[in-house]
Design a protein around this ligand. Structure first.
Ligand code: IPE
Ligand code: IPE
Ligand code: MG
Length: 239
């Protein structure tokens, strides 16, 4: 079995369906998601995951009803304020990917900045919360930044391009976990997931807990990652 994964990214999906199944408003599902988030952060850290990225709000999620969006803004603010001291105590460095839309309440953006600053010196796991994130937007921004830097076209390499993405120190994603059975990428860290392994547990995000997360790590460790080469369990000799 392989070691790792070093970088796990989660598409935290299924909050609305969790609530619907209980005849509750969708917002109740978002509220119930908090416990899963905390459990997964703790489980990832304890399992030695170095980078954990959580997809909390996409650039497309602005298309949701205004009341749901407002609820999410308030909820995320409360969760970040409440748990920032825990992240600090656990040695977790926390940062926020995206966060560029002017519709984001100023107070929430400030709380993101405060939590990032508070935990900036931590050297344990890096937790990246993707909020108002879109993979395509990041790629377009990187292209703009490259052009503005005056780099000649024939000097643009994949490495140089990646250096213009937000948080360029982020390693490639090894494993993406998308809960709720949906099997799509939904514009998540497009550049970084190029060679990720994917797992799609059926469980809805509010019910997702440490054992579910550890099961995903176990699945990953049994995968044969080939990166376009040949299977590790053969000797690669075609004869
Ligand atoms: C994920 O759950 C949370 C966010 C996208 C903010 P959903 O709200 O997408 O839940 P479903 O997919 O409708 O069940
Ligand atoms: C993706 O989930 C975004 C987050 C989990 C934050 P969605 O539920 O918004 O994705 P689609 O609309 O089903 O693709
Ligand atoms: Mg969804």
């Amino acid at each position: 079995m392989r070691a790792g994964p070093r970088h796990v990214a989660c598409v935290m999906d299924g909050n609305g369906r969790w609530a619907q199944r209980r005849s509750l408003p969708r917002t109740a599902g978002h509220r119930a998601a908090e416990a899963a988030v905390i459990d997964v952060i703790e489980a990832a850290r304890a399992a030695g995951v170095e980078w954990l990225s959580l997809y909390a709000f996409s650039t497309e999620n602005w298309n949701r009803p205004g009341a749901e969006v407002e609820f999410l803004m308030r909820l995320v603010r409360r969760v970040v304020r409440k748990h920032a001291p825990l992240l600090l105590a656990r040695g977790i460095r926390c940062r926020f990917l995206g966060v560029s839309d002017p519709r984001i309440p100023r107070a929430l953006a400030q709380d993101f900045e405060d939590a990032a600053l508070l935990t900036a010196e931590n050297r344990g796991m890096t937790l990246t919360v993707a909020f108002d994130h879109g993979g395509r937007r990041d790629i377009v921004e990187a292209a703009r930044s490259l052009i503005l830097s005056g780099t000649p076209a024939d000097e643009v390499t994949e490495r140089l391009f990646a250096d213009h993405l937000p948080f360029p120190d982020t390693p490639d994603v090894d494993l993406v976990v998308r809960t709720s059975g949906e099997q799509r990428i939904s514009n998540f860290m497009l550049w970084q997931v190029a060679y990720a392994e994917w797992v799609f547990p059926e469980v809805l995000w509010p019910d997702f807990r440490a054992p579910d997360f550890l099961a995903c790590l176990h699945t990953y460790r049994r995968r044969d990652r080939r990166f376009g080469g040949v299977a590790a369990r053969t000797n690669g000799d075609p004869s």
